[in-house]
Design a binder for this molecule. Structure first.
Ligand code: ATP
Ligand code: MG
Length: 443
């Protein structure tokens, strides 16, 4: 005897039909379509296993990458997207979601994974956190966006990314606007050389994207320094351009702390304290001698939880000693004030000052750059020197990747300047001091 189907049976059935249709891609026609423009078509038609896209800004690198990965993911393969910085992932995530719509079976931003009804999956990684975490996976295709700003691109590729491709004999894509003669440049060269038959590379200006307004590009040409325009819009490899405000040769490197320092400040640039933050906290110790020369004496830097960070600030203060003033950046709003109060309280017994940043970072760093250029700044030789100099030389960075060390140094510098001539009372922020606390509340 046939049993009657209940409403709930029908619902289950229709849900299952839905699943089958989705898994067979029957809904594909409903998804937004990517039609490569002519230059993108050229790239796709001549791709090899390893591909290097050196293209001007807004050429359509990311959109191409998204759709390259989607091809494989829709066919059921695992693929992965790599960004140099964490914060660009959420934008890319949204763009993937847009293209995939109902083809998505499951997505979880926490795990940075989108699963499709096809069985394929897309995983997202940022290389500024711990690239080693990705070990042990296998992908059919990987796309590395903004590859030229990954300083150690080669070791990252050979040690970490390349092995991910072994299982599926997968392919790799590196896309970027050029950034000087770095590892990305080397990969580009390999793509041009007959010695590397599995590598291919292309270099094209932004204007080959027909969706870009030519007027917009002409405006950029008129507004930007010529070399910067050539790098960003014409995709030319040029000696490192970002920055230009500092030169490491301006700094005398010394081996001993001078003994005639009249003032020292440890200034902190604090990373915003969100949990998944990729920003660094940096604390620069700077001193000034009788003759008015400046010395960068120490640098503490890392990515820490708020609790770790506070402990390090406290330990550093103890190490620096009580004659060293402590300045730290205060974020906007009342939460900034609350944080400053907490820090000052923690640092009871030290002379602290919360700095509300004014002007932009370039303006803040400029006076220090002038002193450095006339040879009035020295750096104590230490393992942090290299990283410090390379950040200085790439400052200001149009992508603002990291400038915590420069920022902290600029705070210390301006503190020493003011402190040299002005009223010392402003630095005395010992909490417990009710007058100071009241002042902080007032602001
Ligand atoms: N084939 C295409 N079809 C439709 N729009 C496109 C296409 N290619 C590029 N675009 C558009 O051009 C713009 C730039 O695209 P995309 O963000 O992918 O470029 P990009 O090279 O990654 O840019 P950036 O240098 O800013 O990272 C976007 O508005 C994108 O929608
Ligand atoms: Mg892009």
């Amino acid at each position: 005897m046939a049993t009657k189907a209940t409403i709930s049976d029908l619902k289950t059935l229709s849900r299952e039909i839905d699943l089958v249709r989705k898994s067979r891609g029957i809904y594909d026609h409903a998804l937004p379509k990517f039609e490569p423009h002519k230059a993108q078509r050229e790239v796709l038609d001549s791709q090899k296993r390893y591909n290097v896209l050196c293209m001007g800004r807004r050429w359509g690198k990311s959109i191409t990458g998204i759709n390259i990965l989607l091809e494989d993911a829709k066919r059921g393969y695992p693929v992965a997207w790599f960004s140099p910085v964490y914060r660009s992932i959420s934008d890319i995530w949204d763009r993937f979601s847009y293209y995939l719509g109902p083809a998505i079976r499951n997505k979880n931003f926490q795990d940075k994974r989108i699963e499709l009804f096809s069985g394929g999956k897309i995983e997202f990684w940022s290389l500024d956190k711990s690239p080693d975490l990705v070990r042990g996976r296998a992908y059919k295709a990987i796309f590395v966006d903004e590859a030229a700003i990954i300083g150690n691109l080669k070791p990252i590729f050979y040690l970490i990314l390349r092995p991910l491709l072994t299982d599926f004999r997968g392919s790799a894509w590196f896309a970027s606007t050029p950034r000087g003669f770095n590892h990305f440049f080397d990969f580009y060269q390999m793509g041009q050389s007959p010695d590397y038959p599995s590598w291919q590379s292309w270099r094209m200006p932004s204007r080959t994207n027909p969706y870009l307004s030519p007027q917009e590009i002409e405006d950029a040409r008129a507004e930007m320094p010529a070399k910067m325009f050539a790098q960003e819009y014409l995709a030319e490899f040029l000696p490192t351009l970002a920055g230009g405000m500092f030169d490491r040769d301006w700094f005398e490197v010394i081996d001993r702390v001078p003994d005639d320092l009249i003032m020292k400040i440890r200034a902190w640039d604090l990373a915003a304290s969100t949990s998944e933050n990729a920003d660094f906290t940096a604390g620069v110790l700077m001193g000034k001698d009788k003759g008015g020369k400046f010395y960068i004496l120490d640098l503490v830097r890392g990515r820490w939880s708020p609790a770790q960070r506070d402990k390090i600030i406290k330990d550093t203060a103890e190490r620096d000693g009580r004659e060293t003033m402590i300045h730290f950046e205060e974020e906007g709003g009342s939460s900034g004030k609350t944080q400053s109060l907490a820090l000052s309280k923690m640092l009871a017994g030290f002379r602290t000052r919360a700095i509300r940043p004014s002007g932009n970072k370039e303006t803040r760093a400029a006076p220090m750059a002038s002193q450095a250029e006339i040879g009035n700044m020295a750096v104590l030789r230490a393992s942090w020197n290299l990283e410090f100099f390379s950040e200085l030389e790439s400052f200001p960075d149009p992508l603002a990747l990291h400038d915590d060390q420069v920022d902290a140094a600029a705070y210390a510098f301006s503190g020493l300047l003011e402190g040299g001539s002005g009223d010392m009372r402003i630095y005395v922020g010992i909490v417990g001091n009710p007058a100071y606390a009241a002042e902080m509340e007032k602001e």
